[in-house]
Design a protein around this ligand. Structure first.
Ligand SMILES: C[S@@+](CC[C@H](N)C(=O)[O-])C[C@H]1O[C@@H](n2cnc3c(N)ncnc32)[C@H](O)[C@@H]1O
Length: 205
């Protein structure tokens, strides 16, 4: 019988890995201040992708208080990689800096206060993994830059692709033979109310 578990959200919430005090505080702050962080499921997924893929250089677009950056930087610390994360709001960038320091991750994570599209247009650095989590209507504008800076077979992860504003991005990446994407229509704890989706795409040669 392939019966589904009743109330899968509550069920899997109960099985989430334990988080330390810092991540719990960031979750509480995000809840109180309405800061849209990825939450523990996508956080774990980011850690797992970065840990498994062993990217030397990871780029995050949209830091907020550094919650997802902690997961990515934890993987980088274990693999010898490094994380650059971009946030245009100076107060949030400062908070993220302090949080990454508190996590003991300041040596692997560089928080850069910059507008992502302008920064992307200028950078010549190469990355093996890009996590995109800025304004969703900007995803389609960031896409060609991501393709340019990613190494061949590098991984692009885009959050919230179920949002209407990500429509142009979704269509563009699906139509471009330069990417091999899969979009997950997420039914995940912390995400299911928004049904917001996640796109994973490998850059093809
Ligand atoms: C969804 S939040 C990021 C959450 C974070 N990735 C996490 O899960 O902990 C998006 C953040 O990106 C920032 N942002 C939005 N558009 C941006 C842009 N074009 N350049 C830089 N930062 C941007 C916002 O200020 C906000 O803090």
């Amino acid at each position: 019988m392939n019966e589904m578990l009743p109330e899968p959200e509550t069920y899997f919430q109960g099985l989430l890995p334990r988080r330390g005090a810092l991540l719990k505080r960031l979750e509480a702050e995000a809840h109180a201040e309405d800061i849209p962080i990825v939450g523990p499921v996508v956080g774990e997924l980011l850690y797992l992708l970065a840990r498994f893929g062993r990217p030397r250089r990871v780029l995050e677009l949209g830091t907020a208080t550094g919650y997802s950056a902690v997961y990515l930087a934890q993987a980088c610390r274990e693999t010898g990689g490094e994380l650059v994360t971009l946030e245009y709001d100076p107060a949030l960038a400062r908070r993220a800096q302090a949080n990454l320091k508190e996590a003991g991750l300041e040596a692997v994570a560089q928080i850069t206060q910059a507008e992502a599209l302008g920064w992307l247009a200028k950078t010549t650095a190469r990355y093996d993994l890009v996590f995109m989590d800025i304004e969703k209507e900007d995803y389609v504008k960031a896409l060609p830059h991501c393709r340019r800076i990613l190494s061949t077979n590098g991984l692009l992860v885009a959050d919230n692709v179920g949002f209407r504003d990500a429509d142009a991005f979704n269509r563009a990446i699906a139509a471009d033979p330069g990417w091999r994407p899969v979009s997950l229509y997420a039914l995940l704890p912390g995400h299911s109310p928004l049904y917001d989706g996640l796109c994973l795409a490998v850059k093809r040669a």
